[in-house]
Structure formats: C-alpha cells, structure tokens
Design a protein around this ligand. Structure first.
Ligand code: HEM
Length: 408
C-alpha cells in the first residue's frame, strides 16, 4: 500500500476498469446497492460501501471509522522527512488534531470570506474568456477554461506566483492520477514520488520566504500560526499547502465540465443562462448526479457488522459517495438529472467532520465560471466525440470536452 494514497482509491475495482464503465459507473452502483451493498474485494483488499444511509453512517462516525491510513492493518510509515506529508494534514487526521489544523484556515474559507472574492473571480474569469473566445467558435472546455480558473484562484490565495501554474497542473494531476496503461506499478510509484518531491521543494522555498516576509496569503497564515503556543510542524505546513492545491484543482475543473455535460443532456443551457439562482440550484444537482469525487476511504477502528458482513478492525473501506448520491431510497428518480431538484442532501462535498473545507469556494467558482461563459455564448452544442475519463479512480470527469457555440 502506498502510504499517502490508500490503495483502495488508487486501484479501480475490476468492474470499472474499462473506459466505458468508468464513464458510466451508475448501473454498476445500482446493482451493488441491491445485490451487495457492503462487499469485500479481495483483489484490492478493501471493502466497498454503496448505499446512502451506510455512506452517511460511516462519514458521520470518526470514532469507528478513521480517515487515517495509519490505522490500517499492515500500514508502513513512509521513510523520509517529506515522504507522505498528506498523512499529517486535516484530510487524513482524526480529531482532535483534525479540528486544530482545520481551525488554522477555517476562517479563510468561510462562506463570508469567500463571498468577498466574487469580484476578483469574475475579473479572472472575464480575462480568461476574452482570451479564449477570441480564437474561434469552438474550445476545449477543460484545458482552456475549467482547468486554468481554479488553479489561478488557489495560486493567488496561497500566494504562489501565477507564472508557475503550468507546473502546478503537472504536479496536481500526477498526484490524483492512476497508473497509465503503458507503465508498470513500480514506474507509477516512482513517477508520483518524483512529482511529490518537486512540489515539496517548491513549497519549502516559498515557506522560507514567508517566514522572513509574511504576506496576506495562506502560506503566511500557515507558517505563522500557533496551536496552544506551538507552531505547526514542517510536515503539517507542507502537507496543507499541497492539500489545498490538489484538493481544489481537478475537482472544481470537473464540476464545471460535468455541469456543461449535464445541462446539455437535458437541454437546460439556455434556460440557465442569465439566471444565477437557478444555476446555483443546478450546480448542486451536478454535485449529486455527476459527483467530481466519487469515493473516499476510511479504516474500521473496531469490528463492525453491516448487512451481514463483518468488517474487521484495521480493514480499509472505500465509501462510494457517487453511489450514495444515486440511491433511490434517498432521491426520487435518482438517475434523472433535475436542475431544479430541492432539497438535495447529496454527498458531493462529503459529510460530517471532513466536509469539504473548500465547498464555498468551489460553489462560487463554478457559479461565476458558468454564468460568465453562458452570458457570452449561445447555441452551445457538444460535438459527437469519444470522451476519455479523468485518469483517476476516484475523481470523476473527462479529460477534454469540446464545445461549439455562437458568440453573443
Ligand atoms: C474535503 C470534494 C473543492 C479543500 C473534501 C471531501 C470531499 C471533497 C468529498 C471529503 C473528504 C473525506 O470525507 O474524506 C470536493 C469537491 C470539490 C472540492 C467535489 C469541487 C467541486 C475543494 C476546494 C478546496 C478543497 C476548492 C480548497 C481550496 C478540501 C479540504 C478537505 C476537503 C482541505 C479536507 C477537509 C477536512 O478534512 O476537514 N472535498 N472538494 N476542496 N476539501 Fe474539497
């Protein structure tokens, strides 16, 4: 098992290993919810959990279900000062340390603070659209628009010069990606480790700079923060920088792209253009229907019996948020995309203690991006093309999405 990314998330279940299956995993989820809502997969050596209520129970109970891979049987601590730093971040720590670490940046990501960023995000979006809409009547929505926007925003918040953002794409994509077809497991691990080290080195230089010259940015907040009179550890600061970069990047990109696919599918593009309220509700439905994060892992802290199966202490569990979000026990016509669905208690941002820190930011970015784009184009169509799923076994989206339009 790789230390910082639990194996259960790095490997595809056999059933989803084909391209088409990972583009449309929803029939398989439905079958599993009925036939084997909690099942052990001996190949990946993990449990899979599919129903809404079970997903909720697990995410809501950090005493019985830990986020830390360190609690998994057979876990081996990675060697090296900066190896596996994500293990020391809030994402992979249980309370009380989780709450202390989250407390350091909570305010910076609160809905109130994030609301103040709207004019700047609109400005960045407009600049991006000025550039890309100039060149013709077709763009790749992913690489030209939905990818750069969240990277620029988080780079600004962290305090990273924007000229380094192409480099960020390489790093953050590599960290969430699965192995490619033409590389061996060992090559994959080596490539990932190389990327992690490059990124770590880059952030360490910035951290040193901000210790000397604190600025109004997140890296400065992290290097100057104290918890009970003690600074955060080197690993905690470095890990949090990487977490904030990686967690908010490809996820938000895919939210924007998955939204366009979904709106197009039900011919809702025109109706949502110019109506930010309706758009806000529709984005929640995208988070449910095509959740950018399909799965998360937990480790059982005691033996737990569910649906007649006993998960043993130390076993790893893959909690399928994307399947919970399609559970017909919770949602009427769960396999239908309904832009005006309310209420909509989805798990797109998780649930409970680890509920996504960046949810207000991701929602704002998606709303501004889609509202600005749709105000400047009309007659949007998605040409027939073979879609390639995002190369990750827990992030859901497509590698590229051509869209055609008339300019307003
Ligand atoms: C946690 C999804 C954007 C930062 C999570 C979790 C999910 C999620 C499902 C829960 C993990 C768990 O329970 O184990 C998403 C989606 C996004 C998004 C779908 C975009 C559409 C962002 C952004 C940021 C961010 C923009 C910050 C810049 C985090 C952090 C955590 C987290 C720090 C860990 C919170 C904790 O452990 O308390 N996210 N996220 N996310 N997310 Fe997001």
């Amino acid at each position: 098992m790789s230390s910082s990314d639990p194996q259960g998330l790095q490997a595809f279940p056999d059933e989803l290993s084909e391209r088409e299956a990972w583009l449309e995993p929803f029939d398989w989820y439905r079958e599993m919810r009925e036939r084997a809502p909690v099942r052990y997969d001996p190949t990946r050596k993990v449990w899979d959990v599919f129903r809404y209520d079970d997903v909720k129970e697990m995410l809501d109970d950090d005493e019985r279900f830990s986020v830390s891979p360190r609690n998994a049987s057979g876990f081996q601590e990675p060697e090296g000062e900066e190896a596996g730093v994500m293990l020391d971040t809030m994402l992979l720590q249980d309370p009380p340390r989780h709450d202390e670490l989250r407390g350091v940046v909570d305010e910076e990501f609160s809905p109130r603070t994030i609301r103040e960023l709207e004019p700047r995000i609109r400005e960045l979006t407009t600049e991006l659209l000025d550039d890309i809409l100039d060149n013709g009547d077709e763009i790749d929505l992913v690489s030209e628009f939905a990818y750069p926007l969240p990277v620029i925003v988080i780079a600004e918040l962290l305090g990273v010069p924007t000229e380094d953002r192409e480099q960020f794409k390489t790093w953050s994509d590599a960290i969430v990606s699965a192995a490619s077809e033409d590389e061996s497991g060992a090559e994959f691990v080596e490539r990932q480790e190389e990327m992690r080290q490059e990124m770590a080195f880059y952030f360490i230089q910035l951290m040193e700079d901000r210790r000397e010259n604190p600025q109004d940015d997140l890296i400065s907040t992290l290097v100057t923060a104290e918890i009970d009179g003690e600074p955060l550890t080197h690993r905690e600061i470095l890990g949090t920088c990487i977490l904030l970069l990686v967690a908010g990047n490809i996820t938000t990109t895919n939210l924007i792209t998955n939204a366009m696919r979904s709106f197009d599918e039900v011919d809702a593009v025109d109706e949502l253009a110019g109506d930010d309220r309706a758009l806000t509700t529709a984005i929640e439905e995208v988070l449910r229907y095509r959740s950018p994060v399909q799965a998360m892992t937990r480790v059982a802290m005691e033996d737990v019996t569910m649906h007649g199966e006993t998960i043993e202490e130390g076993d790893q569990i893959v909690v399928w948020l994307g399947s919970g979000n399609r559970d017909e026990r919770q949602f009427d016509d769960a396999d239908e995309f309904r832009p005006d669905r309310t209420p909509n208690q989805h798990f797109g941002f998780g649930y409970g203690t680890h509920y996504c820190l960046g949810a207000p930011l991701a929602r704002l970015e998606a709303k501004v991006a889609l509202s600005e784009l749709l105000s400047r184009v009309s007659n949007v169509t998605i040409p027939e093309t073979t879609l390639e799923p995002t190369r990750s076994s827990f992030i859901y989206g497509v590698e590229s999405l051509p869209i055609r339009f008339d300019r307003e």
